[in-house]
Design a protein around this ligand. Structure first.
Ligand SMILES: NC(=O)c1ccc[n+]([C@@H]2O[C@H](COP(=O)([O-])OP(=O)(O)OC[C@H]3O[C@@H](n4cnc5c(N)ncnc54)[C@H](O)[C@@H]3O)[C@@H](O)[C@H]2O)c1
Length: 329
């Protein structure tokens, strides 16, 4: 089949979701170009199974002159923009890196992409830009009402992208994904942190009463959805990407204990996150109608694969334990 794009550039390709997308792009026969600053969250180990099948540039997306040199040399025609500071709790401690990477970094990248006449720019955003919802689902038309500094920085990125579409006819699309989980997720995030904690024979910390609801999307399903949007999405449009698998945090913790063969005494309720969003939920009618994509992995199957992966990659996970304890002390 004739390819729509010659060269794909992936920002944040050493991160959790970006690396899943790079592995998929390699499977599809591409030689992706990765731009990543390798912050604490970036790790090339995530790409060892596709080693030699991508090009890597350690560049901060805020560094306009190094990006300019890279674009002149590589001439990418599609960009998938994952690079971001991604952890809500860190944004509550210090919002500065979030404003810098997620807003200024996005603007710098947009300017370079515009100048180099990129054919397609897929901006990866989050369901958190809509704020929370007690009943019903967010559609792509729902207003942006972000609550955490992280969510605000992502919403600002979305608005910048929309402004470039409108002002410059820039060929961008926006993807708003729900909570991802799966292999290689940094264990500051709820699911891998819970598994790591159990592996360390400690109780799973659960915020408040554990009643907050998230919609859990297996990372490989997310990568496939983004691929569909890259190939078949309409320029200027926003696409929600959710799984329909909604669960309270307490139930996720109990499921993990079940899969790992531990009992429910292994949970510890801790002081709630300030401003904690109660529930996210996405309507995925649009992507389903336009591309036929829907999540393939059930929550139970995904959790079980994630637990297996964590057990088989204990060393990588255990290497983050001290850093996680510092973050949550
Ligand atoms: N994880 C989720 O559940 C989720 C859900 C919806 C949307 N998203 C969005 O998807 C994207 C990827 O999320 P993730 O979970 O893979 O994040 P991650 O934290 O695992 O990875 C982020 C990557 O970006 C890189 N990076 C950070 N700042 C950079 C900069 N200034 N220049 C270049 N590289 C930089 C990091 O080194 C890392 O490799 C983010 O934009 C995030 O907002 C994530």
């Amino acid at each position: 089949m004739r390819r729509k794009f010659r060269k794909i550039l992936v920002t944040g390709g050493a991160g959790f979701i970006g690396s899943a997308f790079v592995r998929l792009a390699v499977k599809k026969g591409f030689l992706p170009i990765i731009v990543d600053k390798l912050t604490y969250a970036g790790d090339l180990a995530r790409l060892k199974e596709v080693s030699g099948k991508f090009k890597f540039y350690k560049i901060d997306i805020c560094d306009k002159s190094r990006l300019e040199t890279l674009f002149t040399r590589e001439k990418p025609d599609a960009i998938i923009h994952f690079a971001a500071e991604s952890h809500v709790d860190r944004s509550i401690k210090d919002a500065t890196p979030f404003i810098e990477a997620n807003i200024r970094g996005t603007q710098v990248l947009l300017d370079i992409a515009l100048k180099h006449k990129i054919k397609r720019f897929v901006h990866i955003s989050t369901d958190e830009v809509y704020g929370d919802i007690e009943k019903g689902k967010f559609s792509e038309e729902s207003p942006l009402k972000p609550n955490s500094p992280y969510a605000v920085s992502k919403a600002a990125g979305d608005l910048l992208v929309k402004a470039y579409v409108r002002t410059f006819n820039f060929p961008a699309l926006i993807v708003r994904a729900s909570n991802n989980y799966g292999p290689w997720q940094y264990p500051e995030k709820f699911i891998p942190r819970a598994i790591l904690t159990v592996l360390k024979n400690k109780k799973i910390p659960v915020y408040g009463k554990g009643l907050n609801v998230r919609e859990w999307l297996y990372v490989e399903d997310c990568a496939l959805g983004i691929w569909q949007i890259l190939e078949r999405g309409k320029i200027g449009e926003v696409y929600n990407l959710g799984s329909g698998y909604e669960e309270k945090n307490i139930q996720i913790a109990e499921k993990i204990l079940g899969v790992m063969g531990r009992c429910s005494e292994g949970i510890e309720f801790v002081k709630d996150r300030p401003g904690h969003d109660i529930r996210y939920s996405l309507s995925v009618e649009k992507i389903l109608k336009q591309t036929g994509w829907r999540a393939q992995t059930s929550l139970d199957a995904g959790l079980s694969m994630t637990v297996d992966w964590c057990i088989n990659n204990k060393q990588w996970l255990f290497g983050k334990w001290e850093e996680i304890n510092k973050l949550y002390k």
